[in-house]
Design a protein around this ligand. Structure first.
Ligand SMILES: Nc1ncnc2c1ncn2[C@@H]1O[C@H](COP(=O)(O)OP(=O)(O)OP(=O)(O)O)[C@@H](O)[C@H]1O
Length: 204
């Protein structure tokens, strides 16, 4: 098991958002987590990424992780290429090759030298996604990764997800839409602070 989440609890003040979330994911699995607005999906993903500590419970994760947050954390003044360089150093990668191939695959190479403040929402999201994938992590945590993508890019995203899966990566995708169920191996629904099978999932 690459990822094991056991009885994770998290409250904000008196609001109990996660009330004992448990699930497991294997290498080469595409796992979806859906739930209504405010259900706690982002909170759960932040805990999996190590960005937020749970009040109780544990997360066991083998290998490296890549996190694509819902709201990109980028420097407005820097270009795409400068961001890739910063993350290349942070991840200790020998070169930008994989990042540039990902950018190319998402049809964003034309914006490499554009400062982030001038990028469209969809292009910004492409950069956000590439920063999570460029070190080819074992576990990929994606918070609504295709928001703002046009249809072509949305399809390319799913090709990319399948490619990661084929190479044994574990991909956790948060969405508030259940219509991607058929593309996933497992679909969980976060409801009332716990995970259950989604009523629309038939692929588990
Ligand atoms: N840092 C925080 N401080 C206080 N409350 C928070 C904090 N982060 C999240 N919450 C609350 O926790 C609840 C779950 O929020 P979260 O963002 O995890 O939901 P979500 O399922 O991702 O929602 P959406 O689909 O709208 O993105 C919400 O009621 C939110 O207001």
């Amino acid at each position: 098991m690459v990822l094991r989440v056991t009885a994770v609890r998290k409250s904000f003040g008196s609001r109990e958002v996660l009330r004992g979330v448990s699930f497991e994911a294997r290498a080469g699995q595409l796992v979806g987590i859906v739930g209504e607005n405010g259900a706690g999906k982002t909170t759960l993903l932040r805990i999996l990424s190590g960005d937020l500590r749970p009040d109780d419970g544990r997360v066991d994760l083998l290998g490296t992780r890549g996190y694509c947050p819902q709201h990109p954390v980028l420097d407005e003044e820097l270009t795409m290429r400068q961001h890739l360089r910063l993350f290349q150093v942070a991840y200790r990668l020998p070169g930008p090759g994989r990042a540039l191939r990902l950018i190319e695959g998402l049809s964003a190479a034309g914006y490499l030298d554009t400062p982030v403040k001038f990028l469209s929402g969809g292009t910004l999201q492409k950069l956000n996604l590439v920063l999570a994938l460029m070190h080819d992590p074992d576990v990929v945590l994606l918070d609504e990764p295709y928001q703002g993508f046009d249809w072509e890019t949305y399809l390319r995203f799913w090709d990319l997800a399948q490619e990661l899966r084929g190479r044994g990566r574990t991909v956790i995708i948060i969405s508030h839409l259940a219509h991607d169920a058929a593309r996933l191996d497992v679909l969980h629904q976060l409801h009332d602070g716990v995970l259950g099978p989604s009523p629309t999932a038939d692929t588990a």
